[in-house]
Design a protein around this ligand. Structure first.
Ligand code: ZN
Length: 211
């Protein structure tokens, strides 16, 4: 069983769903937009309370498919050889902080890499890229569907992302990849109950506390 403390690198993909890029007024990228989070940003969506910054503007939820790399990737080899598990994760974002950083051309770290900014659900076996694209994932907030997505709508698919990251930054066992969020992102409210579903299977939940 994989322990989240063993995560090595956290790669994240921005603007990988057309409708999400457009909802924030961003252009659709021509190649994957990659950023990272510190491993210290990881927390678990295991039913408990997640405490987040509540005094620096909006904290947006972004539900994403997360891939776990189990073995070094050899270009051209089947993708199943290097990914062994997936889960759903939240790429939590301080949106107002991010807007200011973007305006100044500064790195996104303060907006994307804060503590608890990467809650992860339970890992399940990677079903393969085709099967992955047959399942819808969703975020329910206080019982209502807030986001719904499917990997078939990714601008850059799993194989492309793995190739791109390996070629430019390196990829090895223990690395994870947040693959981007579908449309529907919004600001969290104190006390929100978030539940992440893979089809009908709940992979994680948490209560939000803003302080
Ligand atoms: Zn994201």
């Amino acid at each position: 069983m994989f322990n989240n403390r063993d995560v090595v690198n956290i790669y994240c993909i921005g603007r990988n769903y057309r409708l999400h890029a457009l909802e924030l007024g961003n252009e659709v990228p021509e190649e994957p937009l990659v950023f990272t989070k510190p491993s210290h940003s990881i927390t678990e969506m295991a039913g408990g309370v997640i405490t987040l910054p509540g005094t620096v503007g909006e904290v947006h939820f972004e539900l994403e498919i997360v891939l776990k790399i189990s073995d070094s990737y050899k270009p051209g080899a089947p993708i199943n050889d290097c990914i062994d598990a997936i889960t759903l994760g939240l790429d939590l974002t301080l949106r107002d902080v991010q807007s200011k950083l973007k305006a100044k051309g500064q790195p996104w770290l303060p907006a994307k890499g804060f503590k608890q900014s990467a809650p992860l659900g339970t890992w399940i076996p990677f079903p393969g890229e085709a099967e992955l694209a047959s399942v819808e994932f969703s975020l329910r907030r206080n019982g209502e569907t807030a986001q719904i997505g499917c990997s078939k709508d990714m601008l850059f698919g799993v194989t492309e992302l793995v190739n791109h990251i390996e070629a430019n930054y390196g990829l090895g066992p223990g690395d994870i990849i947040f693959t981007g969020t579908p449309a529907g992102v919004a600001a969290l409210e104190d006390g929100d109950l978030l539940e992440a579903y893979w089809g009908e299977q709940k992979l994680g939940s948490c209560n939000v506390k803003l302080v």
